[in-house]
Design a protein around this ligand. Structure first.
Ligand code: TYD
Length: 136
């Protein structure tokens, strides 16, 4: 069940180039395929740290490296791919039922996540085998 890894993709966000500094904007349901209900961000991430390590049943997310860089490993239970995020005008869209792990954080990096729903622990698969069983 659930969408495949191919549905997860880099979205090239609008960028207003300006010698005074560039500007990027994101409109709910317009530049990304879901309405935004929540924003959270990871910061002060110690070197060598790993985040994620779970999948969501229904949540859609857009992951952006607002500062610095990090890797996102995506896994649909069949295929796995590693993406490196380092630009604040690229968003990685992650559809529901995709296992994700984040690592390789550069010092001072900030990972911002736009999410389609409020926080709900019941929406998580935190056990990889349970996730695989649900995908089958
Ligand atoms: P988690 O989603 O596991 O973090 P990550 O995927 O970045 O490794 O969340 C870590 C903790 O923070 C967990 O106890 C739940 C809490 N949390 C909230 O309370 N609200 C939120 O919006 C998020 C994302 C997490």
């Amino acid at each position: 069940m659930g969408e495949r890894l191919d549905n997860c993709r880099i979205i090239d966000l609008p960028k207003v180039k300006d010698p005074r500094g560039n500007l990027t904007f994101i409109e709910s349901d317009r530049h990304i395929p879901f309405a935004i209900e929540r924003v959270y961000y990871l910061y002060d991430v110690p070197g060598g740290s790993e985040r994620g390590g779970h999948a969501h049943k229904e949540l859609h997310q857009l992951i952006i490296a607002m500062s610095g860089s990090f890797d996102v490993v995506l896994d649909d239970g069949r295929d796995r791919k590693r993406m490196h995020l380092s630009r604040s005008y690229y968003g990685l869209y992650v559809c529901p039922m995709i296992w994700r792990e984040l690592d390789n954080f550069s010092s001072g990096s900030v990972c911002m996540v736009l999410a389609s729903n409020l926080y709900d622990e019941a929406d998580y698969y935190r056990d990889y085998d349970a996730f695989l069983a649900a995908r089958r």
